[in-house]
Design a binder for this molecule. Structure first.
Ligand SMILES: [Zn+2]
Length: 418
């Protein structure tokens, strides 16, 4: 009776795991102390093995040393599969470890576990939370993320990507940057690379196969020289469209610098007019409660107010109906700015004038880096989850995992046919 019972437990686990001949479950033991179920799977010695490279049946050479795979928990018990996988001696490929039906080569997890883990990680706010839920260490979670992204990238199609965004993001402390490429219509991150210079821009472009790269119609980017130069070498046909968020930021900074200088001047004379007004000048919308006060500020003859007005006027540039209208609008705006004595705004007008050709492309390809901006909070959260990215590579794969719209899931073997 006892023997039969033991067999039944092994058979039972065999069915649960979907183990089929010539693999079989030898033993299934419950280790109450460790809270663990350990399942030993073995290969039927009389069966032929198949070379993992060419699929030809061949003789069994020997067995690889015993290995373990983490499987889905049985009830509350952590479940481990243990096996010595046979190695074949293929006449063409030499000695190779055969493939197991329950795991991808090189993984320490079964397919079922990885499938579950990928979904848990995708749903979690942080890697810590995922690690806790999965009862895994950080490295284990990171390995699952890496493998999922490798799977997703191998399956990814970039056919039809016509609009690309290149954008830098701050990374780590100090002036360190990473750059990301986005598929603007597909609203997904295509690649993440360290740095923000021309070489970084070129690496980003190379995320697209050469043929698709040559079909990209336009790319949104800031006015730094690096990304534009990279675009000219990697996708010379693509129109460069300088991103309106970056233009808005330049103008905002000019207003802010003007305010700071003017505030210092006024304060030296005991005038607190500009105190606590910083955000009123920067945001498009002034809060209801501050509106009356702000209207009064605009009545006073302040340099800050004039700089603010030029910034506000420029918003209309983007609404022009054509390249010709855009060019006319810009010429008028610039003339007016250059007659002013607002050195910071004048500097921005000069920069914009230098890049005018690639500002006017907006009227042919109205694209921006809004997709990239939209990923900011997610990327910030990944960055804040600091323990996980000692290495840039971890950071990259985690951004691609969460923002790449990749097909990350492993494919389970077809269900048993018996
Ligand atoms: Zn072979």
């Amino acid at each position: 009776m006892r023997d039969t019972g033991k067999e039944t437990v092994a058979e039972h686990y065999g069915k649960l795991l979907g183990i089929e001949p010539p693999w079989e479950v030898r033993t299934a033991q419950l280790d109450l102390l460790r809270g663990q179920v350990e399942i030993e799977v073995a290969w039927n010695e009389s069966a032929l093995v198949v070379c993992p490279e060419c699929g030809e049946p061949c003789a069994r050479h020997d067995h690889a040393p015993a290995r373990e795979w983490r499987h889905l928990n049985v009830m509350q018990f952590l479940t481990i599969i243990r096996a010595r996988v046979p190695r074949c001696a293929c006449s063409e490929h030499g000695v190779k470890t055969v493939r197991t039906p329950w795991a991808e080569p090189g993984s320490h997890f079964t397919l079922h576990f990885e499938l579950f883990a990928v979904q848990v990680i995708a749903a979690c706010r942080s890697l810590t939370q995922a690690a806790d839920l999965l009862e895994l260490g950080w490295d284990g979670v990171q390995r699952i993320v890496d493998r999922a992204v490798a799977r997703g990238l191998a399956r990814r199609s970039t056919d039809g990507v016509l609009y690309v965004g290149l954008d830098e993001k701050s990374f780590g402390r100090g002036q360190r940057y990473v750059s990301i490429a986005t598929d603007i219509k597909g609203a997904r991150v295509l690649e993440v690379v360290p740095g923000n210079d021309q070489a970084a821009g070129e690496s980003l472009w190379q995320a697209l196969p050469a043929e698709q790269r040559s079909r990209v119609a336009a790319a949104a980017m800031d006015m730094s020289a690096g990304f534009a130069a990279a675009t000219r070498t990697q996708a010379p046909q693509a129109a460069i469209v300088h991103d309106k968020f970056h233009v808005a930021k330049l103008l905002n900074d000019a207003v802010d610098q003007t305010r700071r200088a003017e505030h210092q001047q006024l304060q030296a004379a005991g005038d607190d007019t500009l105190k606590h007004t910083r955000y009123l000048w920067l945001h498009g919308q002034v809060p209801e409660a501050k509106r009356a006060g702000f209207a009064e500020l605009l009545e006073i003859n302040l340099k800050t107010a004039r700089a603010w007005a030029y910034k506000e006027q420029f918003v209309e540039f983007w609404a022009q109906p054509s390249v010709a209208h855009g060019a006319d609008f810009f010429a008028q705006w610039r003339r007016s700015v250059m007659r002013s004595r607002l050195s910071k705004v004048k500097a921005v007008a000069k920069t914009l004038h230098r890049h005018l050709t690639n500002l006017l492309t907006y009227f042919l390809h109205p694209i921006t880096n809004a997709v990239s901006e939209g990923f900011n909070s997610r990327i910030q959260a990944i960055k804040a989850d600091a323990r996980g990215f000692r290495r840039f590579a971890n950071y990259r794969t985690r951004i691609l995992f969460h923002c790449g719209k990749l097909n990350l899931l492993p494919v389970l073997p077809s269900s048993p046919t018996h």
